[in-house]
Design a protein around this ligand. Structure first.
Ligand code: GRF
Length: 197
């Protein structure tokens, strides 16, 4: 099963997926990696693995809608079964979301702490437990149906970096597992509910 992965940053989740695809039994091929900016290590990781890459920048388009349209076309070129947003920091538009199911990984226990600063927000709120969520993207910000979560305890001396590091340690295997299951078994979204058989 072919997928397209979208990244904006360091790409450690992407790397976990790349590593998993080394086993043919995993059943996933990464057809391309797309980004909303150039020069990020997520793109270098893809290139190092011989995976085609593309960059689709909001700044290069007259409107957000034109960017959404262009990104949808770049993704469709590769004919993926579904798309994985792995640290992609732009809100996807209706063209992309109407075209493919998109799985996203988020570093908090949604619906708690949505948005771009989930780890910082969990710390600031004094949460004693946080974690990560794999969910299907809908039109809202981190509001789509949840597929799986894993928890992480917050330590009293945690900084945003140390906590995010420990979240990523559980996030990587959770994402790899869910993407593998969605690829092998299929994923359906009906009436705002997502399920993998
Ligand atoms: C992940 O924790 C993801 O959930 C969040 O940003 C981080 C991306 O990390 N949205 P990486 O680029 O996969 O290393």
């Amino acid at each position: 099963t072919g997928i397209v992965v979208l990244v904006s940053g360091s790409g450690t989740n992407l790397q976990a997926l790349i590593d998993a695809t080394a086993d043919p039994a995993y059943g996933v091929r990464i057809l391309a990696v797309g980004a909303d900016r150039a020069g990020i290590s997520g793109l270098h990781r893809a290139a190092a693995a011989g995976i085609p890459t593309f960059v689709c920048r909001v700044e290069d388009h007259a409107t957000r809608a034109a960017w959404d349209e262009a990104l949808a076309e770049r993704i469709a070129d590769h004919e993926p079964a579904f798309v994985v947003s792995a640290g992609f920091m732009k809100i996807l538009g209706p063209r992309v979301l109407g075209q493919h199911v998109v799985l996203n990984t988020h570093p908090a226990l949604l619906p708690a702490f949505p948005g771009a600063h989930a780890v910082r927000d969990a710390l600031a709120a004094g949460a004693t437990v946080t974690g990560c969520t794999v969910h299907v993207v809908d039109a809202g910000v981190d509001t789509g149906p949840v597929l799986a979560q894993a928890t992480v305890e917050v330590r009293p001396d945690d900084t945003e970096d140390t906590l995010h590091e420990r979240i990523k340690a559980v996030e990587h295997p959770l994402l790899v597992t869910l993407v593998g299951r969605a690829a092998r078994e299929g994923i359906t979204v009906t009436d705002g509910k997502a399920s993998i058989p």
